[in-house]
Design a protein around this ligand. Structure first.
Ligand SMILES: [Zn+2]
Length: 652
């Protein structure tokens, strides 16, 4: 987060200075060899607009207004403002321009910009408790209407060292704040780099037809992206739930070390994120998200993003998310852009628009008939399924495939947009979904191939069109790879560039994963997947009962759906893999990426429960300790089989 609030860490070659009354700004000398200039407001008003005693607003703006006006003392740094629109939240770091004041946009180095070629842009928004309120903002003598929705104002830079003058008049809504965000230099005539990360939530790898020839669903648009770039058929996620997986994707740090293994632990502001790396390199950074809990207030992932939007609660259809991302593409004209788009369509509840639902129902037996037994008793059905009255398990599974077909169609339109069509793109998932494997139905509990084997498709520099790799790669390396594709190899960020696997088969290395709440851990090596339960599971809605210490072993090459446990006939392999997994768990390090003693917000918990997330708050580190193992572990028959007598007979 540091980069968004501290001018000192930015390459400030051409940092634009916003100064009251156009008074001069600090002189700064460009550091030698500075990278692409990143621009920001470096000074701001010395007063804050006072909120009305009880601001009222139609259209749900009150909370946004309060959030905007209740900021602490003014600071030189942009602070994040979250505005509420009809059904989504829009978060941007911004500064306020008080009423009846003037400001300047100028370069801190005091050097003339070439007025013929250089334009500046910034975003402006008027937060008011009056619906439809607008106000005039004068920029370089040109009047612009500012309203309750962010708009981008584009203006030719002043020719010479003078400031571009901004003036807010004395007329306008009384209880309002004028916010300014993301000042930047744009180059209108040149194509700018575009890097897009698309995460399809809950999308298992075998539901992409270019990855699995036997896929139950055809995904022509993802396939086409793959044919224009590379398809990785053997990519594993590091964890099986949403926020932890995205935190790992956007930090390059494994959940074992982020210590974020549930959907409500917030990433610490001191963490270094992929968005920060791109922003420091001069990129505009936008995130259009489909689930409320990836928004900054729950996930902490807003750091580094110039814009972030997400629904107010629950999750939304990818159509709206992609539409917003599409609008933003226009705003970023002339600037390098890093865009993260998150789609939630493949996640439960599987609810298709009417037309697609009808298509899926056509020619099938009635899936609502009540003479079919879902076959899940005695476990309760997930509430969405209970409500849906669907009774045919095959149809529910077909609905999952229908969701994948639907999102692929949405992506088709998005990928055809002009700037997207030429962008560097990574398409992947946070985790997969079990469709009955290991007794887990329409959920991503447990660490088996269906829940952690995810799609990975890359298109862009250094990726030969039509290339494919079956080498084992990790989803947590996608961030490093995107930086490499953008030519930012020098940007500090963990991980390895997976493009290397296209040229050379990497030496076999274990791939480790943790499950949500640290219920189990797994290691994959040379096509074998071993899962170790780190605690008992009883009476779960999502999974059959499991025992602390329980181990399973699957040969993924012959058994990708993990149906035949090979533990007993491959016991010595299992012993080696289990020992490596325990050694890896013991090597967890403290990275300070979470807040100490973070309290869980009950409102957030209630909203998570609406999405079916009822997992406990327990952290792996409260029980994966040597003490815990001494007490609950050593007497365990699984432990005895592996480490005591070493006798698999104990497990027969
Ligand atoms: Zn997810």
């Amino acid at each position: 987060m540091a980069a968004s609030t501290s001018a000192s860490r930015l390459p400030s070659t051409l940092a634009l200075l916003l100064t009251l009354g156009c008074s001069g700004g600090a002189e700064e000398v460009a550091p030698a060899g500075a990278p692409i200039p990143a621009l920001m407001f470096t000074a701001i008003a010395n007063e804050v607009v006072a909120p009305a005693a009880s601001p009222r607003s139609p259209d749900g703006l009150t909370e946004g207004l309060a959030a905007a006006l209740a900021l602490p003392a003014p600071s030189d740094a942009p602070a994040p403002y979250t505005l509420l629109h009809d059904s989504f939240r829009d978060r941007r770091p911004a500064v306020q321009l008080p009423r009846a004041s003037r400001a300047g946009l100028a370069t801190t180095v005091g050097q003339p910009l070439d007025g013929d070629a250089v334009w500046v842009a910034f975003d402006a928004c008027l937060v008011s408790d009056q619906a439809e309120a607008t106000e005039e903002l004068s920029v370089g003598g040109v009047s612009h209407q500012v309203s309750g929705r962010w708009r981008t104002i584009l203006q030719q830079a002043p020719d010479g060292p003078g400031a571009l003058e901004l003036e807010r008049g004395s007329d306008g809504p009384a209880n309002s704040a004028l916010l300014l965000s993301s000042p930047r230099i744009v180059e209108l005539d040149s194509a700018q780099p575009t890097v897009i990360l698309i995460t399809s939530d809950t999308h298992r790898a075998d539901h992409v037809s270019t990855i699995n020839a036997g896929s139950p669903v055809s995904t022509p648009h993802i396939d086409r992206l793959g044919s224009e770039g590379a398809v990785f058929t053997n990519c594993f996620s590091s964890i099986n739930n949403t926020n932890p997986s995205h935190v790992t994707l956007l930090t390059g740090v494994h959940p074992r070390d982020t210590k974020i293994i549930n959907n409500h632990t917030r990433l610490h502001h001191s963490a270094e994120t992929l968005a920060e790396r791109f922003r420091e390199a001069g990129y505009q950074t936008y995130a259009a998200l489909s689930a409320f809990h990836l928004f900054d207030d729950v996930s902490g992932l807003g750091q580094g993003f110039d814009r972030m939007s997400a629904p107010l609660r629950g999750a939304v259809d990818g159509r709206g998310t992609l539409a917003r991302a599409g609008e933003w593409l226009h705003d970023a004209s002339g600037s390098p852009l890093f865009l993260w788009v998150h789609l939630f369509d493949a996640h439960t509840p599987y609810e298709l628009p009417d037309e697609q639902m009808q298509e899926l129902l056509d020619g099938r037996p009635d899936p609502y008939r009540d003479d079919v037994d879902l076959g899940l008793a005695p476990r309760p059905l997930p509430s969405w399924l209970e409500k849906s009255e669907l009774r045919d398990p095959e149809f529910v599974t077909a609905l999952y495939a229908g969701e994948v077909r639907y999102l692929d169609g949405l992506l088709g339109d998005f990928l055809a947009r002009p700037r997207v069509a030429s962008a560097s793109i990574a398409f992947t998932a946070d985790h997969g979904e079990a469709l009955g494997e290991r007794g887990i139905w329409w959920d991503h509990f447990g660490l088996v191939d269906p829940t952690i084997h995810v799609p990975l498709v890359l298109r862009g520099p250094g990726v030969k069109p039509g290339s494919r790799s079956a080498a084992p790669v990790r989803q947590m390396d996608v961030g490093r790879t995107l930086l490499g594709m953008a030519g930012l190899d020098g940007a500090p960020f963990p991980g390895r560039d997976v493009r290397a696997a296209l040229d050379e088969e990497p030496a076999p290395e274990p791939r480790f994963a943790l499950s949500a709440q640290g219920i189990s851990a797994s290691v994959e090596l040379e096509g074998w997947l071993l899962e170790l339960y780190l605690r008992d599971v009883t009476g779960s809605d999502s999974s059959p009962d499991r025992k602390l210490g329980e181990v399973t072993l699957f040969d993924l090459a012959s058994d990708p759906r993990c149906a035949n446990d090979r533990l007993l006939d491959e016991f010595s392999r299992a012993q080696r893999m289990r020992a490596a997994l325990i050694q890896w768990l013991d090597a967890a390090r403290s990275t300070g990426m979470t807040y100490e003693n973070q309290e869980v917000n009950p409102a957030v918990q209630a909203k998570l429960a609406e999405l079916g997330y009822t997992g406990g708050l327990e952290s792996i580190y409260r029980w994966w300790t040597p003490e815990r193992r001494d007490a609950g572990w050593i007497a365990n028959r699984w432990h005895l089989a592996f480490e005591g007598t070493g006798a698999p007979a104990l497990l027969r």
